[in-house]
Ligand binder design. Sequence first.
Ligand code: ADP
Ligand code: MG
Length: 386
Amino acid sequence: MNIHEYQAKELLSKYGVAVPMGKVASHEDEAEQIAKDLNVEKFVVKAQIHAGGRGKGGGVKVANMLDEVKRLASEILGMNLVTHQTGPEGKLVSKVLVEEASNIATELYLGMVIDRATEKIVIMASQEGGMEIEEVARTNPEKILKEYVDPTVGLLPYQCRKIAYFLGLKGKTVNKAVKFILGLYQAFTEKDCSLAEINPLIVTNDGDVFALDGKMNFDDNALFRHPDIEKMHDPNEEDPTELEAKKWGISYVKLDGNIGCLVNGAGLAMSTMDIIKHHGGEPANFLDVGGGATADQVLQALKMILSDPNVKAIFINIFGGIMKCDTIAEGVISAAKEVGIEVPLIVRLEGTNVELGRKLLSESGLNIITGSDMREAAGKAVDAAK
Ligand code: ADP
Ligand code: MG
């Protein structure tokens, strides 16, 4: 789960990570009041969406006067912000963060992720702040320091000093950075983060360090331990179909292709996408109805697939283990009755009650293409989508 910048800053400040003073607003008047209360000389108004590149997209603006804050807030609130991370459709801005503008001497980069290969947390630091770190990693990998932290030992102060020196920090700024990095690490581990990225981490003209931006991602499987984090969830940031799927206990991820997939089991869903690609096709989605899906869930899943206008064929690939093939057949038949399936339907059934499932489908009067095995059925689905 991702959270907004303002939420990340609120959370991090509790861990001693220095962030600029500021507050979130959903209305221009509120934004102006926040600026008034801040009582500083310069302000920044920042669009709150779950995507980076807001600065370049026009979602981060500096204001010198209170009425300027109000004007900028009214411009940014309600705008459809397009950045390289939102895709061309952009994202609607419904909140802005109003904060004190910092006097930036240098912009740096600091990030933390879990490295599954080494089973450690890796801290990445670079003097190339404000830039895409992926770009730096590709063109100038030597400009990134990677410091590995054994979670059973924890992050040690000498490692933080090493990072601070790599970032070119000096004097009292080193100590401030050490406190900053230790705080970020504590938040990362206590809250079960999978990613924390401060880009830019800045040094001010006075030698202070601040998180000017904050991106945090949390492990969904650990959210039950953190009701405070779960509360930060913003449903507006999620794909509406994916949200609907969650309600029904279905895992659905929309993709760009034209073959809708309905599969039981995440592993089979992955290999179904692989085999579609193998035949030169493109899946329109990842969809796992789960091991023990009901006919109702199958109906919902089909409705979701059909709501995607790109879908030109549907490939149902079921291995009946816990799930029975006749349950799938019932779901397909009721979906066809309820919503009508206009696109070719390719079905591959195998496993428990397969004979009964096939019988139900063949007696349903539906126009179904069957495949004797997964490979053949996938090939037929790819042909049908053309
Ligand atoms: P994004 O990464 O989405 O573009 P950032 O929060 O990193 O958004 O802001 C983009 C740029 O705007 C920063 O690199 C920094 O130069 C400037 N900026 C952001 N917040 C402040 C602030 N509080 N004071 C001064 N400049 C800021
Ligand atoms: Mg940034």
